[in-house]
Design a protein around this ligand. Structure first.
Ligand code: AP5
Length: 213
């Protein structure tokens, strides 16, 4: 389970870890954005919270994630990105896992200073076609504004506008940071990851932290 502030690189590393471990990744932000695009009941409920940089209500995300984790695809294991994000969500996940006699292998906290988070979020561009993630500062596409993979156009994510980012960081400090203490006292203690540096280097550190290298 990958935990950390907005822009810490959780999504980037989760994709890679899941690919190498050959398990699915459940990225709550991606699941919710898809629900908004599909205009499902969950998407209609989530939209206004996401646009404001607020958290979607706990019960909504708990229903979404337990549904996803109950699918056969999750049976071999999974990577969680961006869930849980509140103590209520962590308690809900712990209860769900306990009922099934499952445990998290590792909870990893991505540490990145705030000025670097702001830089990463202001530079992030997303492909409207395939969802690939770029960064104008350190992961630019070959051609400006065009996805290397599918040729789709690259845009700034709506919630990466400066004012919304500041609110997401405020919400992170208020609602998600308490999880650092919560996990310290849990059966799966928190492992700290220095998430500043080249993506490849951070990935090598992540593998060490989760005991895979
Ligand atoms: P979500 O999409 O999960 O947003 P987030 O947690 O704010 O995380 P980000 O996607 O912004 O950052 P990231 O850490 O994944 O970084 P990334 O790898 O993309 O959630 C969006 C919204 O959905 C929330 O605000 C909320 O409304 C709702 N939501 C989601 N989960 C919820 C929950 N559990 N409960 C309630 N509501 C929920 O990298 C960022 C940029 O940096 C990219 O451009 C990348 O290329 C670049 N980068 C990555 N690694 C590096 C590196 N090592 N060096 C330099 N640049 C890097």
């Amino acid at each position: 389970m990958l935990l950390g502030p907005p822009g810490a690189g959780k999504g980037t590393q989760a994709e890679r870890l899941a690919q190498d471990a050959d398990v699915p990744v459940y990225a709550m932000g991606d699941i919710l954005r898809q629900a908004v695009r599909d205009d499902t009941p969950v998407g209609r409920e989530a939209r206004r919270f996401m646009e404001a940089g607020e958290l979607v209500p706990d019960q909504v995300v708990l229903d979404v994630i337990t549904d996803a984790l109950s699918s056969p695809a999750a049976a071999p294991g999974f990577v969680l990105d961006g869930f849980p994000r509140t103590v209520v969500q962590a308690e809900g996940l712990a209860g769900w896992l306990e009922e099934r006699q499952l445990e998290l292998d590792a909870v990893v906290y991505f540490e990145v200073p705030e000025d670097e988070l702001l830089r990463r979020l202001s530079g992030r561009r997303i492909c409207t076609g395939c969802g690939a993630v770029y960064n104008v500062y350190n992961r630019p596409p070959a051609e400006d504004g065009v996805c290397d993979l599918c040729g789709g156009s690259l845009v700034t994510r709506e919630d990466d506008e400066e004012e919304t980012v500041r609110n997401r960081l405020r919400v992170y400090h208020q609602s998600t940071e308490p999880l650092l203490v919560w996990y310290e006292g849990s059966a799966t203690p928190l492992r700290q990851l220095d998430a500043v540096g080249e993506v490849d280097e951070v990935y090598r550190r992540l593998l060490r932290v989760v005991g895979c290298s």
